[in-house]
Design a protein around this ligand. Structure first.
Ligand code: ADP
Ligand code: MG
Length: 636
């Protein structure tokens, strides 16, 4: 990068990660620059007459006025190609273990290393032939990137033409040519017409930043297995699809109560220790996303170190392989420069979009976006901008929107379905959801998983508050649930509608809402003052809370619940309620119902019934009916 750079200015002012330089006007907004003799990497975030404002991704101590600033002609971009999976990057896509080896610490200053390892050879199998006309997004060939994921080598989005040469199957580095093409008439003019509007409304003076390959004589273009893409510009797709497919997480409170659709966006707000990280790990491990991108912004250095140590040891429960084989980690610790943290969520979502474009379902997790927002606040403070709420800049909301709006289920440029689901953890100080980051985030997500300190203290995990949480995808995924074809075990019995998830969910939430209301009364007068039908509501609500909503991430059976198991558990708890209701109406005291052995069986089925043997719930159903029949006889 630095080979082609030209000096564009001189440093006049240094304030932590923010540097101002005076110089020529040949520099573009959001252009990557190199600062000082050490060539520290930065990004232009302000241009005013001849003053260039830069945020620097590396430690700036020792940098002084008069130091040179070099332009690169490129916006902040990522390298996209085989080798991304299993990698651990910083927010500017610098590979962490490599840097650690070279400099002995996490990030050495001015160290230039490519994000991908350019010397590695990959087994490429072409999927196209000479003479084929290809467009951006077309799949040129495939590479077995890891045992779990096939990497589909695509024509870069802004490139198209007729193939004049295709490499035969074989081993190539990502720098070696794998195809050549000539543009169709009208002749390719060098510039590109972006399919999506560029970042910032198109005022960037940069010419096409995309390097799909080099152009030779006659406009022929050489393609390699990697290309670059600017992180602040969403990657193009054909069209959006409605979010009608459930992202199956195997977590009952999520899938059955507050579902996230594939391509949707969710927030997990919660104070320290409420369970944000465990929840995100569970989704990373168990969800039916093909690829996981995890952006970690640790508050304390050691928190991120834990993630860095833990993640590489996680096993993908379905394949038994290391989870890293379908994961990319982006890590920011508190001792890394804040500007890299600011960039990290855009870097993460660009990598996620890239795998989406191959036709995969990708889940991106950011933990925690509050730490990211604090980076934004710090940079804004250094710029002496006018602060809005709680010191955050006025553009906090716009930045959050730019991030969450890149979630989506789409038809790719190659006409395949793909999706990026985004799950952002928020850590509001003191767990107070009225603070700006939680408030603004809630405008751009449609699924709100409110973690509750009180539930966590009571060891109710996941500590997701069922009264404060919501999902706006409920109606959209209802048909998906119906299409799973899970039927009631007894065709005649059971809840009205048998196995309609939407109805079961409404009924269960209704009981929990009534419980919350009744508990106000219980607090005043004690439970004995309530009539038995209301005490039954409390009993069933307890079953729902302890037997259904509580789910132990550390229990081998309970950690994941299949869709079918979730549905059957919900059915049988509500069947219990229905049977008990009619018996109580006949005068049976609640205590008799409370003492039935089936109650305990229902609380424990989450751990006693394995996913592969959900039919065991039919036996429990029979036992339930027998016990209820017996009681009924006694009170006829
Ligand atoms: N689903 C769960 N099952 C079991 N324990 C959990 C679960 N969720 C959270 N915990 C417990 O809560 C602790 C704190 O959770 P964590 O995700 O680290 O909180 P946060 O990231 O919000 O600070 C965990 O170490 C674990 O003991
Ligand atoms: Mg955490």
């Amino acid at each position: 990068m630095s080979k082609t750079s030209v000096q564009v200015g001189q440093v006049i002012w240094v304030n932590g990660p923010v540097v101002r330089a005076r110089g020529s006007q040949q520099i573009g907004m959001l252009e990557v620059v190199e600062v000082g003799d050490e060539h520290l990497v930065g990004e232009v975030i302000g241009l005013e007459r001849d003053v260039i404002t830069i945020q620097v991704y590396e430690e700036t101590s020792g940098l002084h006025p008069g130091a040179p600033v070099y332009g690169t002609g490129m916006p902040l971009s990522v390298e996209l190609g085989p080798g991304l999976l299993q990698s651990i990057f910083d927010g500017a896509q610098r590979p962490l273990p490599v840097l650690k080896l070279r400099s002995g610490t996490f990030i050495g200053r001015g160290i230039k290393t490519t994000p991908l390892y350019h010397k590695q050879k990959w087994a490429f199998t072409p999927r196209v032939e000479v003479g084929d006309v290809v467009q951006g997004g077309a799949i040129l060939g495939v590479v077995p990137e890891t045992p779990l994921i096939e990497h589909r080598i695509m024509v870069p989005p802004d490139v198209s033409g007729r193939l004049t040469w295709v490499a035969p199957a074989g081993e190539y580095t990502i720098e070696e040519p794998i195809a050549r093409l000539t543009p169709l008439s009208p002749p390719y003019e060098g510039g590109s017409t972006p399919l999506n509007p560029p970042y910032g409304g198109g005022e960037s003076p940069l010419t096409s930043p995309l390097e799909g390959g080099q152009r030779g004589v006659g406009g022929e273009q050489t393609l390699t297995m990697f290309h670059r893409w600017p992180v602040r510009r969403p990657r193009p797709y054909r069209r959006r699809l409605p979010p009608t497919e459930l992202l199956v997480t195997g977590q009952r409170v999520l899938d059955a109560f507050f579902p996230l659709a594939k391509g949707g966006a969710a927030a997990i707000p919660g104070g320290f220790g409420a369970g944000k990280t465990v929840c995100q790990h569970q989704i990373a491990k168990w969800s039916d996303a093909d690829v996981v991108v995890f952006v970690g912004c640790g508050e304390r250095g050691n928190e991120m170190t834990e993630v860095l140590q833990e993640f590489p040891h996680l096993t993908d429960p379905r394949s038994g392989h290391p989870l890293m084989e379908r994961t990319i980690l982006i890590a920011n610790t508190s001792n890394m420069p804040v500007a890299a943290r600011e960039a990290s969520i855009y870097t993460g979502i660009t990598l996620a979009e890239y795998y989406r474009d191959m036709g995969y379902h990708v889940a991106l997790m950011a933990d925690s976006t509050s730490r990211w927002a604090e980076a934004l606040r710090e940079i804004s403070g250094r710029l002496e901008e006018m602060p809005a709420e709680e010191g955050y800049p006025a553009y906090l909301a716009a930045r959050l929107a730019e991030f969450y709006e890149r979630a989506g289920r789409v038809v790719t440029l190659n006409d395949a379905p793909g999706s990026v689901s985004v799950i952002g953890a928020v850590s509001p100080p003191g767990g107070d959801f009225s603070e700006p980051v939680t408030q603004h985030t809630s405008r751009f997500i449609r699924c709100f998983w409110a973690l509750d300190k009180a539930l966590a203290s009571a060891r109710h995990f996941p500590a997701i508050n069922w009264l404060e949480s919501y999902s706006e995808y409920v109606d959209e995924v209802a048909d998906w649930w119906r299409e799973q074809g899970i039927v009631s075990p007894l065709s005649s019995g059971g809840i009205e509608g048998g196995a309609d998830w939407h109805a079961l969910r409404e009924q269960a939430l209704g009981i929990l809402q009534r419980e919350s209301h009744l508990q106000q009364i219980v607090k005043l007068v004690g439970p004995d003052a309530l009539p038995d039908d209301q005490r039954l509501t409390l009993e069933t609500a307890r079953l729902l809370r302890e037997g259904f909503l509580q789910q132990n991430a550390l229990d081998e059976v309970d950690s994941y619940a299949s869709i079918e198991k979730q549905m059957r558990m919900l059915q049988i708890i509500l069947h219990f309620h229905e049977r008990a209701e009619s018996i109580i109406a006949k005068g049976c005291p609640i205590i008799v119902i409370h003492d039935l052995p089936i109650v305990n069986t229902l609380v424990r089925m989450k751990t006693t019934v394995p996913n592969e043997q959900v039919e065991q719930i039919e036996e429990i159903w029979k036992a339930l009916d027998e016990q209820m029949d017996q009681v009924k006889k006694d009170y006829m």
